[in-house]
Design a protein around this ligand. Structure first.
Ligand code: PLP
Length: 365
């Protein structure tokens, strides 16, 4: 099922995606990095957990909507990320809201990357923090702000793998600053977890920081191919997050999807070739683009941020690829100021034929 389009090369394409899913097209977009979202084993696990626990708990954790499969999920996450504790909640997008609300009793100031994901900004603003934004990925500017404002116990917040461009932030340097200035470090690594880092622990692992040096927000809806959000980190912080009324008192999590998440995490552990293929395919796509003179944002990322001359050229490439049955919609992402970027992704499940088609289409652009 992929895209059908009326992709008139017009200004309309800049505003909203003009492409919708149909059967014949091949998606080179989305976030299904490991190709798990249609894996039969996950679908079977989903079915089995629906049979065992029902389709919905119909209530929050505090209201009897909690059961053993959630416990299993949290235990698995703790082991997978090597942290003291982990908690699961219904949808990753509310992660920022819960985190900043939970942390508000101990902190009042956040230093964050200027182009962090919107869910973090929503969370900071709802909880009434003083916010200092540092220039995108600019560690020197972060330090300058930390020095100037000299806040006693701040939070530093950053995305992990950047969702549109595919950039990997300098997490080691940021973590060193967090230690130096006695700050809590929060990484929203929705796109990096399960696909980046040698064990799939995300950009924190990729950049060589220890599990205890950061709190990580993650999503199950990207590399894991499922749905839901989670937080991993020190027990004291995870507990604070877990006991927040939004997580535990006012929202019911979907049960069946947890069965699929547990299965998907097992598959990732057992089949390291999924990640190997992801990076092999990403490399191949980059080589094709770079040989055509199209530069790409980050060498180590499963997200292929293609840098075109301008937004028109980016939209034109999207249209061109579509003629070859390759679907990469172009639109202006709210969080990405560089509109000349066309965002594609590598997946571990591309066939040789699909990759050859991508190479041919790029060559003929
Ligand atoms: C950095 C970041 N955080 C959180 C989310 C929300 O994830 P979900 O769609 O699983 O709710 C996204 C979604 O793209 C994201 O890019």
């Amino acid at each position: 099922m992929l895209l059908e389009s009326s992709t008139n090369f017009s200004k309309e394409i800049m505003k909203k995606p003009q492409i919708v899913l149909t059967e014949q097209k091949i998606s080179f977009a989305g976030n299904d990095y490991l190709g798990l979202s249609r894996d039969e084993r996950l679908i079977e696990a989903l079915y089995q957990s629906a049979k065992e626990y029902g389709i919905s708990p119909t209530s929050s954790r505090w209201g009897l909507g909690w059961n053993t499969i959630f416990e299993e999920m949290e235990k698995n996450l703790t082991e997978f990320f090597g942290t003291e504790d982990a908690t699961f909640f219904g949808i990753a997008f509310i992660g920022g809201l819960i985190y900043f609300s939970a942390m508000r009793e101990k902190h009042d100031t956040v230093f964050c990357d200027a182009t962090c994901h919107v869910n973090l900004f929503k969370g900071m603003s709802a909880a009434g923090y003083t916010v200092h934004k540092y220039r995108h990925l600019d560690v020197a500017h972060l330090e300058e702000l930390l020095e100037t404002h000299a806040v006693k116990n701040p939070i530093i917040a950053t995305d992990g793998l950047w969702g549109i461009s595919g950039e990997i932030p300098p997490i080691l340097e940021i973590s060193n600053l967090a230690k130096k200035y006695n700050a809590e470090l929060l990484i929203d690594d929705a796109h990096g977890v399960f696909g980046v880092g040698c064990r799939g622990r995300g950009v924190a692992e990729h950049c060589g920081i220890k599990p205890e040096d950061a709190t990580i927000l993650g999503s199950m809806s990207k590399a894991l191919g499922c749905n839901g959000g989670f937080l991993v980190g020190r027990e004291e912080l995870v507990d604070l997050f877990r006991s927040n009324e939004v997580t535990s008192g006012t929202s019911a999590s979907a049960v069946p999807i947890i069965g699929a998440c547990v299965k998907a995490m097992q598959i990732i552990k057992d089949e390291p070739e999924l990640k190997d293929n992801l990076y092999k395919n990403a490399k191949r796509m980059r080589v094709a683009l770079n040989s055509k003179g199209i530069s790409t944002v980050d060498e180590n990322s499963p997200i292929i941020g293609m840098v075109l001359k301008d937004e028109f050229e980016a939209a034109k490439l999207s249209e061109h690829l579509y003629k070859y049955d390759i679907a990469i919609p172009y639109f202006k992402y709210a969080s990405e100021p560089r509109h000349e970027l066309l965002r594609g992704i590598a997946k571990s499940c591309y066939t040789e034929q699909e990759l050859l088609l991508f190479e041919k289409a790029i060559k003929e652009f």
